[in-house]
Design a protein around this ligand. Structure first.
Ligand code: SAH
Ligand code: TMP
Length: 417
């Protein structure tokens, strides 16, 4: 094992602790996950080598190379949070739990959210007249948040920006983030900024896709350009521990195919909930800090790829039509890693207007509106937004009634009967 570890040691250092990264898996040449594009832009399309590595010190699984943030987050960012009703409900509950929590000053509360997108979470603070601020570098989605009376700063968060916010707005009770901490490469700088911004009894509450679920479900499509990290309680404890902060609570979430909500505070300011120790023990027995177990995940991913290609090719041989359902950034990883293009998939349907009429990143499969799916239903639809399976199955009863079938790759490649 030690030799294998050395052979796979990579030049890129861990972004958290600067130790050498051990390469786990190579997904090959990949485009931007949300880089839906027009035909005229095919020639100029950006690609990079997508590989993941692991640090035995910080326990952090991470991309070895990540494209620059400005390439991914800009005024034409294609992901609008409020496209899912379930996510809207989830964030309403999240807001409610923060407002009711012991961590917030009941008289003059102030919350900040990192990556507030179209205001899906902060609008619930705004509507109650609670002082809030969203930090959102993608201008088009930030403008959407402003329409819901959400105050925003259109910049990437950093320690520098924290200094400016502190002067203008003062300290916060709760620093919130959902599906964005795992996007940011320089997390030590982010945590330094957060530490300056929170009150002595302030907390950080954030949630992201959880490494434990990714391993359990072989949901390798959680790896794409934006997701520079796959977190666990082990790696989050390590990161915040470097800054004298500690994990005081953890709460698993069903969103995004399995996420974890982490609550952190300055060391010693709150009792630590027993859920933290329990989860860390569970992670150790699952092997989230064990290189051998992580390498087994890589083998499972390679098998999943072969199974999916075999299934699609078999269906094609039987003259079946196949379409993709929802042009997710996750699907960019699957299609490029498995080399699945228009020879196998006729189109991908998606409800987001900015994606429609464009082509999928890398494989250039046409993206069409949902009404195309209704007009021209395929024999088989690959469930690319498998994390929204319940909501989609509920909406598409007619498709299955007419004989349409769903394909999923999570937790294993199969036709859903
Ligand atoms: N919180 C929303 C959006 C997640 S997508 C949800 O859970 O649905 C990630 C968002 O974070 C994008 O809108 C992106 O523009 C923003 N983002 C990316 N890097 C950031 C950074 N360094 N600081 C603040 N926001 C960032
Ligand atoms: P996500 O998996 O990153 O949340 O992305 C969801 C994508 O799926 C987004 O582009 C919208 C699309 N979508 C549909 O097209 N139809 C649906 O019913 C749902 C829930 C999502």
């Amino acid at each position: 094992m030690e030799n294998q570890k050395l052979a796979n040691t990579h030049d890129q250092k861990c972004r958290i602790c600067n130790s050498s990264l051990i390469k786990l898996l190579d997904f090959g040449r990949q485009p931007l996950g949300n880089g839906f594009l027009n035909r005229v832009d095919f020639k100029e399309e950006y690609f990079y080598q997508m590989e993941i590595g692991y640090s035995n010190t910080s326990k952090m699984v991470q991309l070895i190379k990540q494209p620059e943030p400005e390439k991914m987050f800009h005024d034409e960012y294609a992901f609008f949070s409020s496209t899912s009703k379930n996510m809207s409900r989830h964030f309403e509950e999240f807001a409610e739990s923060v407002i009711q929590s012991e961590y917030i000053d009941k008289k003059s509360p102030f919350v900040i959210e990192l990556g507030c997108n179209d205001g899906i979470l902060l609008k619930h603070f705004s509507s109650r007249g609670i002082k809030h601020l969203g930090i959102e570098p993608s201008e088009n989605v930030a403008k959407e948040a402003n329409k819901h009376d959400v105050n925003t700063v259109c910049e990437f968060f950093s320690e520098n920006l924290a200094d400016k916010i502190l002067k203008e707005y003062g300290k916060v009770d709760s620093f919130l983030a959902a599906n964005v901490m795992c996007h940011i490469p320089n997390l030590n700088d982010v945590v330094k900024g957060i530490k300056k911004l929170i009150k002595p009894k302030g907390v950080v509450v954030f949630e992201d896709p959880y490494l434990g679920d990714v391993i359990d479900k072989t949901s390798y499509d959680q790896v794409y350009d934006e997701h520079v990290f796959l977190f666990s309680a082990l790696s989050i404890s390590y990161l915040f521990g470097l800054h004298d902060m500690e994990l005081i609570d953890v709460q698993p979430q069903n969103t995004h195919g399995g996420s974890m909500r982490y609550t952190l505070a300055l060391k010693g300011s709150y009792p630590v909930n027993s859920r933290v120790e329990n989860l860390i023990e569970k992670e150790k027995s699952q092997g989230l800090d064990d290189l051998g177990k992580l390498q087994k995940f890589s083998e499972n991913v390679e098998k999943s790829k072969l199974d999916l290609i075999t299934l699609l090719k078999d269906l094609k041989k039987q003259n079946k039509t196949i379409a993709g359902y929802a042009a997710t950034s996750k699907s960019t990883t699957i299609f490029n890693y498995c080399s699945i293009d228009e020879n196998l998939i006729d189109y991908i349907c998606d409800t987001t207007p900015i994606k429609q009429g464009k082509f999928s990143p890398g494989m250039h499969i046409p993206v069409v509106s949902h009404s195309e799916f209704i007009k021209n239903p395929p024999d088989y639809a690959i469930l690319l937004a498998w994390n929204h399976a319940k909501e989609i199955m509920q909406n598409e009863k007619e498709f299955t009634k007419l004989g349409g079938k769903w394909i999923t790759h999570v937790p294993k490649v199969q036709i859903i009967e």
